[in-house]
Design a protein around this ligand. Structure first.
Ligand SMILES: [Zn+2]
Ligand SMILES: [Zn+2]
Length: 220
């Protein structure tokens, strides 16, 4: 994705109207798709099954997506596989010498996290390729901005054009001003003033601060 990908621009633009970071929204969509495809194949992807066995399941976030995917058979087949291996781990602990203290082996990292790390990098590179495009900057300026973890990832990999940084500043300053306004109106003296855009500003602020996709915080 080092050249400009118009599809990523179209997706980013469409997602800018929602409260969360557009990159986080793309990642969350990809996470769901990854788990749904696995389920749709009836957990029949042998390579993926082997990865999930090696990681002894999925991380808490991706495990919850599989649990909530409403595909009981895929979840059951995968669970049977993993618990069979957990029982083997238990046997190994039982049979290990009592000294030094027996330990369960650390499992491999969650395979969906590994996929999402790659996807995060690709999307961030795809967005960075549009950084000097004025139309892109205008869309970014009207949004709530790219979350701090994703922005740090992009900023740490390339010299960003001033227009891109300014657009991001406009977006973050708007969220900042709306949070300040929300807090001001909690004061008894101003409670009668009707809430406007700032009613859920604190929520958007947290989308900015932490991002809303599990992998956003630690994209290496
Ligand atoms: Zn984000
Ligand atoms: Zn994971």
């Amino acid at each position: 994705m080092s050249t400009r990908d118009t599809r990523i621009l179209a997706d980013f633009t469409a997602l800018c109207m929602y409260p969360e970071c557009p990159i986080c929204a793309l990642v969350r969509r990809a996470e769901l798709r990854t788990v749904q495809v696995y389920c749709a194949e009836g957990a029949g992807d042998e390579l993926r099954r082997a990865d999930i066995r090696a990681s002894r399941g999925l991380c808490v976030h991706h495990g919850a997506i599989l649990r909530d995917a409403r595909d009981a058979l895929a979840a059951a087949v995968t669970a049977l596989d993993v618990i069979t291996n957990l029982l083997r781990d238990l046997t190994a602990v039982q049979q290990a010498a009592r000294w030094p203290k027996p330990r369960m082996k650390s499992p491999a990292p969650c395979p969906v996290c590994a996929d999402m790390t790659r996807y995060n990098r690709a999307v961030c590179a795809g967005i960075a390729a549009w950084a000097d495009d004025v139309a892109f900057q205008n869309v970014l300026a009207t949004s709530h901005g790219i979350c701090a973890p994703h922005f740090r990832h992009i900023a740490n990999r390339s010299v960003l054009p001033d227009g891109f940084i300014e657009a991001q500043r406009t977006a973050w300053e708007r969220v900042h001003a709306e949070v300040a306004e929300y807090i001001r109106k909690r004061d008894d003296r101003f409670k009668h003033e009707p809430d406007a855009n700032e009613a859920d500003a604190w929520r958007r602020a947290w989308f900015v601060i932490t991002g809303s996709s599990a992998s956003a915080a630690d994209v290496p």
